[in-house]
Write a protein that binds this ligand. Structure first.
Ligand code: ADP
Ligand code: MG
Length: 143
């Protein structure tokens, strides 16, 4: 499914719809790969998704911490995990963060920016593509 976002408010609404339509996971974590160039709107979308999940903290790009884990309340998921692999060259550092346990737990919902950088440790996932169209327009495509 494809959406044209004309401004950040549209992206917020797209995030709202996305979260409303989420189905719980069985067996393993629910994993989304966020694909797209720098500035395409991946972190912005994440920020709104986190807010839909009731996360109060400001979502910042986890570029320097690699992985951020947020405890969820009033959700069928226990943790929202946000990863930014931009600075990584492989999944080695991710593996050190208990990755195999994390992706095995169906109570985790995981979002990964730059999944191609950690192809070696990426589990099966759903893809979301972000494209920069004009200054304030973004195309968001859900596989
Ligand atoms: P990425 O994580 O993909 O590198 P960011 O979300 O950090 O991208 O940056 C996107 C930038 O584009 C933000 O500064 C945001 O305010 C801006 N922007 C402008 N229009 C939009 C839109 N329609 N949707 C999302 N972000 C937008
Ligand atoms: Mg980002």
């Amino acid at each position: 499914m494809e959406f044209l976002s004309k401004n950040t408010e549209d992206t917020k609404y797209i995030a709202h719809r996305f979260v409303s339509d989420l189905k719980t996971s069985q067996g393993e974590a629910l994993v989304f790969g966020l694909y797209g160039d720098l500035g395409a709107g991946k972190t912005t979308f994440m920020k709104y998704v986190a807010s839909e999940f009731g996360i109060q903290e400001t979502i910042q790009s986890p570029t320097f911490v690699i992985m951020k884990k947020y405890k969820l309340v009033n959700s069928t998921f226990d943790f929202l995990i946000h990863i930014d692999s931009y600075r990584l060259e492989s999944g080695e550092e991710i593996l050190k963060l208990d990755w195999l346990q994390i992706i095995r737990n169906p109570k985790n919902i995981i979002f990964i920016e730059w999944p191609d950088k950690i192809k070696d440790v990426m589990p099966e996932h759903k893809k979301i593509f972000f494209e920069h169209i004009t200054e304030n327009e973004r195309k968001i495509t859900f596989e």
